[in-house]
Design a protein around this ligand. Sequence first.
Ligand code: HEM
Length: 207
Amino acid sequence: MSHNLYLYPKFIRLWHFINAVMFLLLIVTGLSMQYTAPDSPLIRFDIAVKLHDIGGITVSINYLLFLMGNMVTDNGKYYRIQAKGFTTELKGQFRYYIWGIFKGEAPPYPISKDRKFNPLQKLSYVLVMYMGMPVIILTGLALFFPQVFDLLGLGSLIVADVIHVLMGIVLTMFMLIHLYFSTFGRTMFSNFKSIISGWHESSQAPG
Ligand code: HEM
């Protein structure tokens, strides 16, 4: 039996849409600045810099929407990790992904109103949203306002730059894996529809 759960409030959908579009812009402009030769760039260097700045500032302001939304609505509860038993839950979910799913087993931690994310999803979203995003935003700000960074004596700008690029690579990899796992819904496109409509389609009985 299939039923629908309203899991993605408006502010999350708005944040997510802006974030996803801006991430694509940041990845393309970031790759162009980092890896193409100055005389034959993918995007002309000064244009790539401008677009990357616009994307970075937009993602940063938009991130405040995510943070505040998660503070004032109950969406934040889905990001709270209960240490007790969490390792067992991670192992259960991992086993499902490498074994159970191919055997047609039911998911060990089905999505419900109380559990929007399975344990591996929860861990990756928490790491990305509460560690990865602050690191890439703060190092991006350091590169955008080098004088302020210098004035505050926060250290070497080259170190900030290296961390920024490495985190960019990590978050790009996250996004690719995220896209792949997003196809594991009731149908291949169910989860993509959910993040647009707000409604999660589930083939499990309400849990
Ligand atoms: C084209 C790019 C993207 C697509 C198509 C996409 C797709 C999706 C889909 C289908 C969902 C709902 C299923 C789920 O809960 O896992 C989702 C949720 C989510 N995505 Fe993405 N995503 C994209 C980019 C990103 C990026 C760049 C980030 C973070 C850096 C991100 C972070 C999240 C988070 C945190 C949620 C859960 C939001 C909540 O319900 O609280 N996504 N995404």
